[in-house]
Design a protein around this ligand. Structure first.
Ligand code: PAF
Length: 282
């Protein structure tokens, strides 16, 4: 497995790998877990060659403390990627991605500023900018993203389409612990009590799906979700939203018969923000 620290090295490695067939990219911020490895597994199985990036992107953190505390274990990450059959890893310093004087940003103007984007201003602009740069360096045929970061997935799809990048964005199912908690690099920062409480996210989403299917309105279900999370003293609800799948337009009223909908939730456990998502047919 090649380890590339500069744009020039990664470009050269990817040029050679592309000559061997389809090239898949898995962008990550490191601290890899089974959720990332599901993306890597899909890329290795779905493409002739798969590469990954490990880069904690500063521009998508609106909270400097969250950036400073983001877990990192590069040696372990590299071992896991090597064992999974990844051909090259891009491991740049921030100055390689954001050279002195860089001023260009990428923003999906609607998607970046709605729902989670409203509570995390600038976050999706940071994601869109770094993902565009990674696509430009690697020029993959396919890129793999988890459904857990549901709005991010739509942001990336939109930018790939709008900027005519010719990259197929592949969505991969969320990987969960046995109690339903979605795997996340942030889970290691939870205290024991917060970890025990965190499955409330997925449990609440499952209950919300049942209520929507039974004919409750989105507004009533939003109240139900708020009450359920408020009853968990260690969790603070940041956002709950229901959108029409694919188009990512907020849903209102009764949704029964509207096809597929997506629900997204974010909740803080102390300083740790967790996200979860559920897509269902209604
Ligand atoms: O999902 C992530 O880990 C990050 O947002 C991504 C896509 C690697 C961009 O920094």
């Amino acid at each position: 497995m090649r380890i590339c620290r500069t744009v020039a090295e990664m470009r050269a490695a990817c040029a050679e790998l592309r000559a061997e067939g389809t090239l898949g990219l898995v962008p990550t911020m490191g601290a890899l877990h089974a959720g990332h490895m599901a993306l890597v597994g899909a890329a290795v199985a779905g493409c002739n060659r798969a590469v990954a990036s490990v880069f904690v992107n500063p521009t998508q953190f609106e909270n400097p403390d969250d950036l400073a505390k983001y877990p990192a274990d590069t040696e372990r990450d590299l071992e896991m990627l090597r064992a999974a059959g990844v051909a090259a890893v891009f491991l740049p310093e921030a100055a390689e991605i954001y050279p002195e004087g860089a001023e260009t940003i990428v923003e999906t103007t609607r998607l970046a500023n709605m729902l989670h984007g409203e509570v995390r201003p600038g976050h999706f602009r940071g994601v869109a900018t770094v993902v565009t740069k990674l696509f430009s360096v690697v020029r993959p045929d396919r890129a793999y993203f988890g459904k857990k970061d549901y709005q991010q997935l739509h942001v990336v799809r939109q930018l790939a389409q709008d900027l005519l990048l010719g990259v197929e964005v592949v969505a991969v199912e969320t990987v969960r612990d046995a109690d339903g908690l979605a795997l996340s690099s942030r889970n290691v920062r939870l205290t024991e009590a917060q970890r025990a409480a965190a499955p409330v996210l997925q449990a609440t989403l499952q209950e919300a799906a049942e209520a929507l299917r039974a004919g409750s309105t989105v507004e009533a279900v939003t109240e139900q979700v708020r009450a359920r999370i408020e009853a968990e003293p260690l969790a603070q609800l940041e956002g709950f939203d229901v959108v029409k799948s694919g188009v990512f337009v907020p849903a209102t009223g009764v949704v029964v018969g509207q096809g597929r909908i997506g629900m997204m939730m974010s909740a803080a456990f102390g300083p740790v923000l967790l996200l979860d998502q559920l897509e269902v047919d209604v």
